[in-house]
Design a protein. Structure first.
Lengths: 114, 112
């Protein structure tokens, strides 16, 4: 009974391809997030959705498009992949807005762009 | 100045010693602070949260917060080799939409 799950766990693809990562949480949380962790381990917020509405959209190339079909799911689609997109992408969720709440992280998706 | 700063380490301590991890932040309005632990190849997991000035203890872990100095720390007593990991400080910043900002993490090595 995984709390926050992501698929796939590993993704290896060529430059220029389009790929998607899926995330699901069964915690009943209202808010979901996508983070990117680069090779130096810096964890940076990309997007956040609260009850299917986009509330945080950091300075991310518009090749990245999140979609939240319902509050338990948040997917990330990436167009025209570039070498610099190689990183670990973490999905997370929290009960309510991130003002005082713990975030629960998924296992991560390691994306390698060749 | 970065929004949340940590020394990247590695911080090496002998088994049984106290490990002290530090974090400074730039947003004076921040009210919520968190410490996460991340083992290599794994996802971050929460160790402690702290919201008020002073100390908060949980087992071998103590979080300390000083809002006037914009400083939060984590002490690990009786450090064990299993504590070897990267420790991420997270601060909820309040300018605009509330959001988590993570520090770059401090890598801790506990030597047996």
């Amino acid at each position: 009974d995984t709390a926050v799950s992501q698929t796939p766990k590993y993704l290896v693809t060529q430059m220029g391809n389009d790929k998607s990562i899926k995330c699901e949480q069964n915690l009943g949380h209202d808010t979901m997030y996508w983070y990117k962790q680069d090779s130096k381990k810096f964890l940076k917020i990309m997007f956040s959705y609260n009850n299917k509405e986009l509330i945080i959209n950091e300075t991310v190339p518009n090749r990245f498009s999140p979609k939240s079909p319902d509050k338990a799911h948040l997917n990330l689609h990436i167009n025209s992949l570039e070498l610099g997109d190689s990183a670990v992408y973490f999905c997370a969720s929290s009960p309510g807005l991130p003002s005082s709440n713990e975030q629960f992280f998924g296992p991560g998706t390691r994306l390698t762009v060749l | 100045q970065k929004e949340v700063e940590q020394n990247s380490g590695p911080l090496s301590v002998p088994e049984g010693a106290i490990a002290s991890l530090n974090c400074t932040y730039s947003d004076r309005g921040s009210q919520s602070f968190f410490w996460y632990r991340q083992y290599s190849g794994k996802s971050p997991e929460l160790i402690m949260s702290i919201y008020s000035n002073g100390d908060k203890e949980d087992g071998r872990f103590t979080a300390q917060l000083n809002k006037a100095s914009q400083y939060v720390s984590l002490l690990i007593r009786d450090s064990q080799p299993s504590d070897s990991a990267t420790y991420l400080c997270a601060v909820v910043i309040t300018s605009g939409t509330y959001k988590y900002i993570f520090g770059t993490g401090t890598r801790l090595k506990v030597l047996a």
